[in-house]
Design a binder for this molecule. Sequence first.
Ligand code: SAM
Length: 209
Amino acid sequence: MNDKVFSDVATISEFMLLTERFKHIEGWLSPVEGYLLYRLARDGEGSGAIVEIGSWMGLSTAWLAAGSKAAGREHVHAVDVFDGGPVLKDHDFIRKEGTTYHRFTENLEGLGLFDYVEPIVAESGAAAQAWTKGAVRLLFIDGDHRYPAVKQDFDLWTLHVVAGGIVVLDDASEHYPGVMQLLNEVLADGKHWQHLLRAGKTQIFRKLQ
Ligand SMILES: C[S@@+](CC[C@H](N)C(=O)[O-])C[C@H]1O[C@@H](n2cnc3c(N)ncnc32)[C@H](O)[C@@H]1O
């Protein structure tokens, strides 16, 4: 036995506790993807805001906010139109309630994390152009997955990401050809982007310049 064993078990134990804590929130993020966001928010290099595009009912927001709050770091700016956007407008919840905003706030307040979240109720392109909060160290992209939309999110929001900052692209899978197309373009651009990891359906990049 050595210290590595204890530290591995402590990590697994933390992962399981957080998974349990957030399991009631409806969303599409797996626990491993969530834990990755938690660790990037808690332990990621540099300083600057954390920005999430696409919050829905707050599952990924909770993982990010919990990580940053655990380390007393930056707040999470959660950008969403909260009406499902063009793709989720026919989701049962949106048909019934019209918005996920009330569920988003209830979920985060219930977890004691809303004090670490700054909601931006806006279309993501407009929000990027109106952004005045300076450098972004961690950007999570999980909004509209169609190519023109995800490409616009990437192009407009990465302008605010500091060199050395991290971008996490969600839903890079065959179900979302638009995200795959963008992923392949970013992978081919080794001058500006270093690919770090694939975890589940998320892909993680570091901005080089
Ligand atoms: C896949 S869901 C996000 C899931 C969330 N990250 C989670 O962990 O459960 C996509 C979200 O993006 C939002 N959305 C879609 N198009 C958008 C746009 N152009 N601007 C802002 N939000 C948008 C939708 O309202 C929806 O809440």
